[in-house]
Design a protein around this ligand. Structure first.
Ligand code: PBG
Length: 327
């Protein structure tokens, strides 16, 4: 049927009409809120390139988590800024490390909030790479052992609800699954950063997490932005090798095709990480008066969900949840 019989504008005639036919609706349940936790007390240190995002000590993070829970957001994801860094990233798997302490405190002081932990070495190594260095590069198989220890301490020392490996080593989901199961954590799901690109959009995060590589870049382990089919292979390996319970695409908006591919091809919840650069560039444009930041944010999150994301990790989780409540 064609014009003039069919007129698509009929279904756009009022906000009520549009609301009724809208295919994609955001919900606070869609979000995971990232938090950066550091040592000390009563610390709330702003991050220059990420307005309204802070490094926070455990006591402040706990208050933040109570607010997040009250907004109906189901989960937070934790990133740690350790007391010290070394070549092996040993604070990553210290049972009294910063993330392990934070998980315990959050679990004790919230009702049902889920705590997801980022499993990676880059925040804990003095060279800033995501694993153990041999020669000029990260040693894959050596790194796997450290990642497994890190994941187990998140589950054991802290009581993490979900672990999320973001290092991009081959075989990590398998090794982490085995280590968790060996320690009696067969019920802890793995949210794998399966399709993670080597991206300029992580720039502000590296300021927040103090994790900029001291030499080279992450191109030998993170994916090349030109590749699409490889994303399917990565996700398939994570599911086949270790039974990843969630698969993730990161960044989100520049890789909507991958979100759609994963949703079409696999039967696991698809998460998308709306990363630091995606957040900061909207705020920057808003501050310059070049667009309406709030509207651009809601449109971005809606697009990520429309492409197929079941879960969106975003620094906008609180602002979006508040706006949805007022709707
Ligand atoms: C750690 C990690 C990174 C991000 C999440 N986990 C940085 C990186 O890989 O360099 C980026 C998140 C963001 O930019 O918001 N490996």
């Amino acid at each position: 049927m064609a014009f003039p019989i069919d007129r698509p504008r009929r279904l756009r005639s009022s906000e009520t009409m549009r609301r009724m036919v809208r295919e994609t609706n955001l919900n606070a349940n869609d979000f995971i809120y990232p938090l950066f936790v550091c040592e000390g007390e009563n610390i709330k240190k702003p991050i220059g390139s990420m307005p309204d995002v802070y490094q926070m000590s455990v006591d402040v993070v706990v208050k933040e988590c109570q607010e997040v829970e009250a907004l109906g957001i189901p989960a937070v994801i934790l990133f740690g800024i350790p007391a010290f860094k070394d070549a092996e990233g040993s604070e990553a798997y210290n049972e009294d490390g910063i993330v392990q302490k934070a998980i315990r405190a959050i679990k004790e002081n919230t009702e049902k909030l889920l705590v997801v932990t980022d499993v990676c070495m880059c925040e804990y190594t003095d060279h800033g790479h995501c694993g153990i260095i041999k020669g000029e590069d990260v040693d894959n198989d050596e790194t796997l052992k450290h990642l497994a220890m890190e994941a187990v301490t998140h589950a054991k020392a802290g009581g993490a609800d979900i672990v999320a490996p973001s290092d991009m080593m081959d075989g990590r989901v398998d090794v982490i699954r085995e280590a968790l199961d060996d320690h009696g954590f067969e019920d802890i799901p793995i949210m794998s950063y399966s399709v993670k690109y080597s991206s300029a959009f992580y720039g502000p995060f590296r300021e927040a997490a103090e994790s900029t590589p001291q030499f080279g870049d992450r191109k030998s382990y993170q994916m090349d932005p030109g590749n699409r089919r490889e994303g399917l292979k990565e996700a398939e390996q994570d599911i086949l090798e270790g039974g990843a319970d969630f698969i993730m695409v990161k960044p989100a908006l520049p890789y909507l095709d991958l979100i759609s591919d994963l949703k079409e091809n696999f039967d696991r919840p698809v998460a998308a990480y709306h990363v630091s650069g995606e957040y900061s560039m909207i705020i920057a444009a808003d501050r310059l008066g070049w667009l309406d930041g709030h509207k651009a944010m809601m449109e971005s999150l809606t697009s990520i969900k429309r492409a197929g994301a079941d879960i969106i990790i975003t620094y906008y989780a609180k602002e979006a949840a508040k706006a949805l409540k007022e709707d």
